[in-house]
Design a protein around this ligand. Structure first.
Ligand SMILES: Nc1ncnc2c1ncn2[C@@H]1O[C@H](COP(=O)(O)OP(=O)(O)OP(=O)(O)O)[C@@H](O)[C@H]1O
Length: 256
């Protein structure tokens, strides 16, 4: 399989602190790749660099063969590369369904010209967005609460909604940052099931930071272990679990 994300020799320092140090990773198209490592290993920083939220000092990031180094998050979002889940940032005063309908930014309804001169087009596009949003709430299992204000949803439901928002944009690669944090076991099962379905049925590629090793074991293959800003080892969960370097890295710090 081809690498859809190809990070080449990336360096990033904050002041004098080297956080990402000659780091190279490849994420294969269609995979659910895990990114783990001890606290402070640089996982979130690497995510921010890939997603265009943070400039790098040197190195290169390719997305589906295209050099995207330095492109802003907004541009990458429209190319289908997005980061989610650090915080579920729903619009609390809108319903779950409306939150989904807010996502596409190229709707004709946003253009004053179109709204005045092509009202039929605007209405058709709104109908299309609503139809898609209804499909998405069904897919993610939030049909029952589609008309609830998003602010009233549980933490896990908000994360399902966040996952649903990626479906409104026809994402290709989604970077998931600690989706499991604070979600009860039942909803966690729903979340994992939806990630697997998005991967299997819609061809999404995922790169997943997660502290819950059971979740990594269930979802991810391969798993990349980051330590001190570069790749320590990469392999299947069984390979990395039994790797003495990984055990060593984790014993000196809290388990990620
Ligand atoms: N904006 C910043 N300014 C200065 N230092 C930073 C900044 N962001 C991160 N760091 C430092 O970079 C290092 C790596 O942080 P990062 O959050 O990327 O690690 P992580 O692997 O995601 O850790 P965790 O598992 O604890 O979330 C840490 O020492 C952190 O304090």
């Amino acid at each position: 399989m081809a690498a859809i994300i190809d990070v080449r020799h990336v360096h990033k320092a904050f002041g004098g602190l080297k956080v990402i140090d000659d780091c190279s990773i490849r994420v294969e198209e269609g995979s659910i790749t895990g990114l783990i490592g001890p606290n402070g290993a640089g996982k979130s920083t690497l995510f921010n660099i890939i997603a265009g939220a943070l400039p790098l000092d040197s190195g290169q990031v390719l997305f589906d063969g295209e050099d995207i180094t330095g492109l802003p998050a907004n541009t990458l979002f429209h190319k289908g590369l997005l980061r989610t889940f650090q915080i579920a940032h729903e619009f609390s005063q809108l319903t779950a369904l409306e939150n989904l309908m807010m996502v596409p930014s190229s709707q004709a309804g946003e253009s004053l010209f179109d709204a005045w001169f092509k009202p039929g087009l605007v209405r058709r596009q709104e109908d299309e967005v609503r139809r898609k949003a209804l499909e998405v709430v069904d897919f993610i299992g939030l049909h029952q609460v589609r008309n609830e204000l998003a602010g009233n949803l549980s933490g896990g439901q908000k994360k399902l909604l966040e996952l649903g928002r990626t479906m409104m944009t026809d994402a290709r690669v989604v970077l998931l940052d600690e989706i499991g944090a604070g979600v009860n076991r039942t909803l966690l099962g729903d979340l994992i099931g939806n990630i697997e379905r998005l991967n299997r049925e819609l061809g999404y590629t995922f790169l997943v930071i997660e502290h819950d090793m059971d979740m990594i074991a269930r979802l991810c293959d391969p798993v990349i272990v980051l330590a001190q800003g570069s790749v320590m080892v990469e392999g299947s969960i069984d390979e990395i679990r039994n790797d003495p370097r990984v055990i060593e890295a984790y014993f000196g710090s809290s388990v990620a």
